[in-house]
Ligand binder design. Structure first.
Ligand SMILES: Nc1nc2c(ncn2[C@@H]2O[C@H](COP(=O)(O)OP(=O)(O)OP(=O)(O)O)[C@@H](O)[C@H]2O)c(=O)[nH]1
Ligand SMILES: [Mg+2]
Length: 299
């Protein structure tokens, strides 16, 4: 699996030389705080949060803390505690629903999640409720075959909600215990398409009371803070229980992760660190911040 450190290369490269210079001074001073906050803005950390972080760093400066320690502590605090998905405590069967805009990484994430579920000893079933394009459902089927996972695929142009219903139905019949429903990408501004998600959500609950047990928005890290706007719209249509951030490996705007918790108050469960089926890692604020600050590299 790709490592956190490798995945944050692009974000880090925006400011790594500046980091080194700043962190080499033994004590934090106000001039350093100012430089650090400028760097946060460059990494797409939302302005409101930068102001808050800068206040905390000023307090640390008045206590003469070392810059690396202070910065690390303040950033980890800002991310809050990340929940760990405990596969063993999910209901039997459990149903997850993935939503997001076109190309954000839903289908790939569905397959990666199925792989994690298998590794946790569960028996997943993938539901291809992407009925917009034949290629979309086909892509999920290819993944399912690759990882030896059951799949229910809807007909192109069919009713996405019916496919989601059937997926749960099939899972119960085949004694699968984890249904992961992939949906078609849709622009968060297109109201009729967004309404379809409500129907998918309702259909799942109709077949299995309490389902979906999780609804996650899949967000492309390359989009930076624009992804936060999308997530807000999706949240209004189908209440989200969390987010998955994909393509962290290709993004230089990883600072926007700080905005998810602060502005939407939904937890980040997983991050995509590459295209392979193993490249999905539970989100760990400490690993993320350490990789960002390059603390794992002797320099
Ligand atoms: N580098 C990298 N690429 C990723 C990651 N996740 C997904 N991708 C790639 O992003 C592209 C789009 O992924 P899909 O899973 O098809 O996205 P989608 O949201 O299902 O797309 P639509 O169904 O068209 O809305 C593919 O080329 C994936 O391989 C990731 O974590 N890292
Ligand atoms: Mg897809």
């Amino acid at each position: 699996m790709s490592s956190w450190f490798d995945s944050l290369k692009k974000t880090r490269s925006r400011f790594s030389s500046a980091w080194k210079e700043l962190f080499s001074s033994p004590r934090l001073d106000l001039a350093t705080v100012e430089e650090l906050t400028d760097l946060l803005i460059t990494a797409d950390v939302p302005l409101r949060l930068v102001e808050e972080l800068s206040r905390k760093l000023e307090q640390a400066a008045s206590r003469h803390e070392a810059p690396t320690d202070a910065f690390r502590r303040v950033l980890i605090q800002a991310l809050g505690k990340a929940p760990v998905l405990d596969w063993a405590s999910l209901p039997l069967p459990a149903a997850l629903l993935l939503v997001g805009i076109n190309g954000s990484g839903k289908t790939t994430t569905a397959a990666k999640l199925a792989r994690l579920a298998q590794q946790a000893g569960r028996k997943p079933l993938l539901g291809a409720a992407d009925t917009f394009r034949a290629a979309g459902a086909h892509q999920l089927k290819i993944w399912a075959d690759k990882i030896h996972c059951d799949a229910v695929v809807g007909a192109t142009g069919g009713d996405a909600a019916a496919v989601a219903y059937d997926a749960i139905d099939a899972a119960i019949a085949r004694r699968c215990d984890t249904v992961i429903v992939d949906t078609a990408g849709r622009m968060h501004t297109r109201e009729p398409l967004m309404r379809e998600l409500q129907k998918v959500h309702l259909a799942m609950g109709k077949r299995l009371p309490g389902a979906p047990h999780h609804t996650w928005v899949v967000l492309d890290a390359m989009l930076g803070q624009n992804a936060v706007i999308q997530a807000r719209q999706f949240n209004e249509m189908t209440p989200l229980t969390g987010a998955v951030i994909t393509k962290l490996d290709g993004s230089s705007k990883a600072g926007f992760l700080f905005a998810i918790r602060q502005e939407l108050d939904i937890p980040i469960y997983f991050v995509g660190l590459g295209e392979g089926e193993e490249d999905l890692a539970p989100f760990e604020p400490e690993s993320f911040v350490d990789a960002l600050l390059q603390l794992d590299e002797a320099s």
